[in-house]
Ligand binder design. Structure first.
Ligand SMILES: Cc1cc2nc3c(=O)[nH]c(=O)nc-3n(C[C@H](O)[C@H](O)[C@H](O)COP(=O)(O)OP(=O)(O)OC[C@H]3O[C@@H](n4cnc5c(N)ncnc54)[C@H](O)[C@@H]3O)c2cc1C
Length: 441
């Protein structure tokens, strides 16, 4: 057991210190003996805000539970402990022709962390969320009971735990089905687009033929250029078309946190403009290794430190398909007017594959994700004004990336939250859950 300030969220907001951190040991109960403190599992801390924060409580650091249990290279079914990283799975399975079925923009997340946030990837329009590919898992409750949950066994707990933000108990074993691939390389087709309308046209034209689609948006552009950017669509290359090339080497490391944010008013607009004009050609195709394609940020270790000691907010929302263009346009206009742009602005259209979790974030529509350096009150006011647009449109904000949404907003975005509350383990809690339920849980 240790006490640590070494378990921050990825955005470093809020600053928090758990009262203690426990690391489960094989052969012993994974849960510490009962005391007055609330419990929460910590995966690899890649959530941006407070779904992974348990101030003054006990964190269960699950990275010690990182063993593979079984892998069937015929069917692609993998069984493992909850702290196994997607990167570990890729190392094991890719040489045998298998890939993770859904991946977020970093491979350094644990399997259980991916379940608890029901993460999505660039293939949402065909594959849905991570939880859809989970066959079953074991869930240990604070009363010591362990239940196996699946689509046919403890189905309600299965639905509550997928996207359940770590609140229903501790996931201690997982079985999931991987996806067949021909090798490590992708066929990537990149287009520059001039405005939001062009993004939606490219997205619609790509959905049937491309498994992965996503766009980078220049959020400093305004007027007729609003929503311009780069659209990247891709498929896995077949086995016969694999280049004979090695994986890229690890990139630079932000070893220290600079005293102020390097992402500021002076740098963001030129960075966005430069990136938009980085190539003269409007379209180019290339075979690309899966690592830079899926995980461009993993190439710069500890990049979150670039935002300085005050950290940063990430904001990801989804707005329904009907007036997605108008809603995204309004969001980008408000961000542009605030002068608090983001460099990492990502836009994608989610499909209508239903998510299995009661509290899952993905739903049909367009999703926009951005980083905002933390400038205190002015940043929070901007994010609240974005909430107004998302709420009026009938959309939602992603808890995995949130550190400040109000209880009213949460309850509006996630109408099944009361039903979900019935499955929250009495000894489990998080700063996020306390904030968004207030006194009403
Ligand atoms: C660069 C970057 C890109 C990202 N891109 C995407 C993206 O494209 N799509 C997307 O959906 N997300 C994305 N994310 C967010 C990230 O995928 C999620 O926050 C993910 O859930 C983090 O996993 P983790 O293992 O680090 O879990 P943590 O952040 O440590 O924890 C996440 C939640 O899981 C719970 N948990 C962890 N282990 C267990 C367990 N054993 N039992 C029960 N609950 C548990 C925790 O209590 C917490 O509520 C991105 C994050 C980064 C940093």
């Amino acid at each position: 057991m240790s006490r640590a300030g070494s378990h921050p969220s990825w955005g470093r907001i809020p600053a928090s210190t758990p009262a203690r951190v426990v690391r489960p040991v094989a052969g012993r109960s994974p849960l510490p003996a009962a005391d007055d403190r609330p419990l929460l599992a910590y995966g690899n801390g890649r959530s941006y805000g407070d779904v992974v924060i348990n101030n003054n409580g006990t964190l269960i650091d699950t990275r010690s539970l990182d063993h593979f249990i079984a892998f069937d290279a015929e069917t692609g079914v993998l069984e493992c402990e909850p702290g196994v990283l997607l990167a570990d799975i890729l190392r094991l399975a890719l040489p045998q022709g298998w890939f993770v079925p859904v991946t977020p923009g970093t491979q350094y997340v644990t399997v259980a962390g991916a379940i608890a946030n029901d993460v999505h990837g660039k293939n949402h329009h065909v594959a849905g969320t991570f939880g859809r590919h989970v066959l079953d898992f074991d869930l240990t409750a604070s009363d010591g009971t362990t239940r196996t949950c699946s689509r046919s066994n403890n189905t309600d707990r299965f639905a509550a735990t997928i996207g359940g933000l770590g609140l229903t108990g501790l996931i201690t074993r997982v079985r999931l089905r991987l996806r067949r691939v021909g090798g490590a390389f992708m066929d990537v087709d990149t287009h520059r687009f001039d405005n939001l309308r062009a993004f939606f046209e490219l997205s619609a034209a790509s959905a049937d033929d491309y498994e992965y689609t996503v766009a980078w948006v220049d959020c400093s552009a305004t007027g007729t250029k609003l929503g311009r950017g780069w659209f990247m669509r891709a498929n896995h290359r077949p086995a016969m078309g694999q280049p004979n090339a090695a994986a890229p080497k690890p990139g630079p490391n932000f070893a220290l946190t600079p005293p102020f944010s390097l992402m500021n008013r002076a740098t963001l607009t030129p960075l966005n403009t430069l990136y938009f004009h980085r190539k003269r050609k409007r379209r180019f195709r290339a075979a690309q290794h899966y690592q830079p394609y899926f995980y461009p940020l993993d190439g710069i270790r500890n990049w979150n430190r670039a935002y300085g000691p005050a950290g940063f907010y990430q904001y990801q929302c989804v707005v329904p398909p009907g007036d997605a263009e108008a809603s995204i346009s309004e969001l980008l206009a408000r961000i542009g007017a605030s002068g608090q742009g983001s460099f990492l602005s990502v836009l994608k259209v989610f499909g209508d594959v239903p998510s299995p979790g009661m509290l899952s974030f993905p739903r049909p529509g367009a999703t926009l994700a951005l980083d905002f350096p933390n400038r205190g009150e002015s940043t929070r006011r901007l994010l609240e004004s974005l909430d107004d647009v998302v709420m009026a449109a009938g959309g939602a904000v992603y808890p995995a990336k949130d550190a400040r949404m109000s209880a009213t907003a949460f309850q509006h975005y996630f109408p099944r939250w009361r039903e979900f509350a019935g499955y929250v383990d009495p000894r489990f809690s998080s700063d996020f859950w306390l904030r968004v339920t207030g006194d009403t849980a």
